[in-house]
Design a protein around this ligand. Structure first.
Ligand code: HEM
Length: 810
């Protein structure tokens, strides 16, 4: 149905001309009426036009279409009477203009839905003012009665400043409190109109602005970035047809199957209520007590104990919508789908010892990394894909697609790539943008719809509800970061901190006094819910229960574990060992191992040994003894090693150690090669400042051994030059630097005589199996360019896990 045109402005009423004799000279702030059309005439005109308009709508023509199923799925557009601007005015005096009231509202426009330029503030060249715009003469002293006298209550400048400061904090998010965000765009590769009418997917090259926030779940707002935790991956698409929030995680499954368990899960994982410990950690009694009584969490626990829970960077994480959603095309046909984000930089993670150390040296590790990547132009980028499947396919799967503890293996339903996400602009202000952004799973646009996943159902309620208390009322959608670019016109009114000033006296629908506006969009333009899936054999009575297939708690936990490489499996076992070793009640440890036994006996055995258990406990009884045979028993796509990425060493941080007497030429040759490859080389010395090289010229240190320890870097270069090596060897930080790099399986380039530092640090010269270590590269001939090439390639491999032993030898 074509879009109806908006009512034209009534010409008769508004003129910007003649000043009546009573008006002041400037002509501002006066009622400006057409002399031929004095107020009484205007009022009569308004009344007559209003009556005619109302009379043109003798009854509610749409009423009959409110009944019956077919009307429900194809609602008509609302009735609109053409009305002049005169009848829609709140007040005849809207012709009065001033620099504050401006002019009249622009017909049909909500100026709150424009770019952030409208609210961005630049104070360059400006003097200080109060919040009322009064210039502040003295910002150093409060007002006192005499220079040594008491401060005066009269000091409105002091009181306004302190009062505002006193109220600077708002409640933090109840979960995902710690996070960082950035602006960017989504680009569509090719139209996907066969499956969805959602605006971002309608044509190749279509750009949709986005704001993305990454987060941890359990920690408070000031907690460390590198906690073992799930990462939030929330995207707000500012589409042409309204905001779409895809509020996902970096793991494709979840701990629980029904939203009614969410408060229990979060209470269990947050710091324990009696002593508020531990911060940002699941390694404590209440979490494992709960998890081991909820066997459906086993699959998610595998992900959470894997290296996925300690990403190297937000830019190296996958993202998932988790739930099954629906795509709906212009004909109203729908398919199910799962949403995927795949990082162009590949999936890379930290190792646990490194994550623990980073959390002390740089709690902002991921925040800083995201900021630095964008500032330096190495924009984080992901490909967006969907797994599309029909209801009939879903019925045949061995698992239930409404169960958020299950994924759909890519080998069963491949991921189709639809476009890319690029983050290319840091926020101007963390609070105004990243803190005030309000994501909500209920924010969908025409072309996207929900499945009946009971976890999703609870989320659709929860986010809007929580933001009312976090952001202080029902008008948080008007905060600039949350306002859509699509126009907002409705009859919602008032509430705390309302920004919009609606014109006219109509705030209900249907109406005839407002010419029917804003009118119901109808199915052609408006959001229409896809009729719910209703299997004929489903019992349709009210019930609190779950579908039978939800009771298979272990098949996909086994799939995930078996699909990991041996190193990844070892890390999962070590993570369970660490977490459970922090649990003080032995029976909780045993119950967890009994649960793990149903997923993998080998894993349970390793964990039991790691915890010093005398024997492997019996397997926990299963809720479903004979689950259906899975379609896929091995899914390589579930391993972190599956997506190596195509960005080589871009944004990788490399430490080049130096001290007075360093051989500058070879060191700077490496520096240049790294920078040329897109890496971030940093010169590190015993202290910051200038260092003299053997060539006699100074080199400026970017950081010191003390303020940027080794575990913050992806690779290490040890320099040549005897005097420098002696100085470095005398500083114990150097040895820690080298050992951490080695223990965390990173690449080390050893220039010339720096070999001595390797043996001094006690590093083995070969791998445990006697083979050469591909991550230990020695370079003595500056003319041999191959060594630098090898070094760059070796960094690109991310880690040299061949070196790893448990416990570590170094
Ligand atoms: C698949 C399961 C879930 C995923 C992927 C998920 C994801 C997220 C993400 C990414 C955020 C952070 C949003 C931001 O950056 O501002 C968040 C916040 C939140 N989530 Fe969830 N969540 C899940 C389940 C739930 C459930 C079941 C509930 C409640 C029933 C819930 C309630 C909340 C609340 C209240 C917030 C704080 C929102 C705010 O203050 O802005 N989540 N969630």
């Amino acid at each position: 149905m074509p879009k109806k045109t908006l009512p034209k402005a009534g010409a008769a009423m508004f003129t910007k001309q003649s000043r009546p004799p009573s008006a002041n000279k400037s002509g501002k702030g006066i009622l400006s009426l057409d002399p031929a059309n004095p107020v009484a005439v205007l009022q009569a005109d308004k009344m007559a036009q209003t009556d005619a308009m109302v009379a043109a709508m003798p009854f509610n023509a749409n009423k009959a279409s409110e009944y019956g199923f077919n009307s429900g799925i194809a609602p008509p557009q609302g009735a609109v009477c053409p009305a002049s601007r005169l009848v829609g005015a709140s007040t005849l005096s809207e012709v009065v203009t001033s620099s504050k009231v401006g002019t009249q509202a622009t017909a049909g426009l909500n100026p709150g839905n424009v770019s952030l330029d409208a609210v961005r503030v630049d104070s360059a060249g400006q003097h200080l003012t109060t919040n009322q715009g009064v210039a502040i003469a003295d910002n150093q002293n409060s007002l006192k009665f005499g220079v040594r006298g008491p401060a005066l209550l009269e000091d409105f400048i002091l009181r306004e400043k302190i009062t505002h400061f006193d109220h600077e904090r708002i409640p933090e998010r109840i979960v995902h409190a710690r996070g960082s965000g950035a602006h960017g765009f989504f680009e569509c590769y090719a139209p996907f109109t066969q499956h969805t009418k959602a605006a971002p997917f309608q044509e190749a090259g279509k750009i949709t602005p986005v704001f993305v926030r990454f987060s941890t779940v359990a920690g408070e707002r000031g907690s460390k970035d590198t906690a073992r935790d799930v990462r939030g991956f929330a995207i707000k698409f500012y589409t042409d047809e309204g905001n779409w929030d895809l509020v996902g995680n970096n793991m494709p499954v979840f701990f629980i199957q029904d939203a009614i368990k969410f408060p229990d899960l979060i209470h269990a994982v947050k710091p324990e209520p009696h002593n508020q410990m531990p911060q940002a950690a699941s390694a404590h009694d209440t979490f494992w007590d709960f998890a081991s009584l909820m066997p459906e969490s086993t699959h998610m626990l595998m992900w959470q104990m894997s290296d996925r829970a300690i990403p190297r960077s937000y830019a190296t994480m996958q993202g998932f919508g988790v739930h099954s959603f629906k795509l709906v095309n212009a004909a109203g046909e729908s398919v199910f789908c799962k949403f995927h984000w795949s990082p162009k930089a590949g999936t890379h993670s930290l190792v646990w010892d490194e994550a623990v150390k980073i959390s002390g040296a740089d709690p902002d590790f991921h925040r800083r990394d995201l900021w630095d990547r964008i500032e330096s132009g190495v924009f984080p980028e992901w490909e967006f894909g969907v797994q599309v499947f029909t209801e009939e396919q879903a019925e045949a799967f061995s698992f239930d697609i409404l169960d958020a503890t299950k994924l759909i293996p890519e080998e069963l339903v491949p991921v189709q790539i639809l476009g890319r996400l690029v983050l290319n602009r840091n926020p101007d202000n963390f609070f105004a943008e990243t803190e005030q952004v309000a994501f909500c799973t209920a924010h969908v646009v025409p072309g996207i719809d929900f499945s009946n996943d009971p976890l999703l159902a609870g989320r659709i309620h929860s986010y809007l509800d929580t933001q009312i208390s976090r952001l202080g009322g029902p008008n948080f959608h008007e905060l600039p970061i949350n306002a859509p670019l699509a126009q907002v016109h409705n009859n919602q009114r008032d509430g705390i901190h309302r920004q919009a000033i609606p014109r006219g006296r109509v705030s209900y629908e249907p109406n005839s006094l407002g010419g029917g506006c804003p009118f119901q969009a109808g199915s052609a333009q408006g959001f229409v819910t896809v009729p719910a899936r209703q299997k004929a054999d489903d019992i349709q009575d009210k019930v609190r229960s779950k579908p039978e297939k939800f009771a298979d708690h272990f098949t996909q936990a086994t799939l995930f574990y078996n699909s990991q490489t041996p190193i990844e499996q070892a890390h999962i076992a070590a993570a369970f060992r660490f977490e459970l070793s922090k649990v003080t009640v032995p029976a909780i440890r045993e119950r967890t191992v009994a649960m793990l036994r149903n997923a993998s006996v080998a894993l349970a055995q390793t964990v039991a040994e790691g915890l010093g258990m005398p024997a492997l406990p019996d397997a926990m009884p299963r809720a479903l003894e004979k689950p259906e045979t899975p379609e896929v028993t091995l899914s390589p796509a579930l391993s972190l090693t599956f997506r190596h990425g195509d960005q080589g060493v871009r944004a990788r941080k490399v430490a080049l150690l130096m001290a007075n007497g360093v051989a500058g030429a070879s060191l700077m040759a490496v520096h240049g090669a790294l920078a040329a490859a897109g890496a971030v080389p940093k010169l590190i010395a015993p202290r910051i400042g200038s260092v003299k090289n053997v060539e006699g010229s100074p080199l400026i240190a970017d950081a010191s051994l003390e303020n940027e320890p080794g575990f913050l870097f992806d690779a290490l270069v040890l320099p040549d030059g005897q005097e420098a090596l002696t100085a470095l060897a005398e500083d114990a930080h150097t040895m820690e630097f080298i050992r951490d790099q080695y223990r965390h399986c990173k690449t080390i380039l050893v220039l010339g005589t720096a070999k001595a530092l390797i043996s001094q640090a006690g590093l083995p010269s070969t791998l445990p199996d006697g083979e050469a270590d591909p991550g230990l590269i020695f370079w003595s001939d500056i003319k041999d360019k191959k060594a630098i090439k090898n070094f760059v390639q070796a960094i690109g491999r991310h880690r040299h896990f061949e070196r790893e032993t448990d416990p570590p030898g170094v």
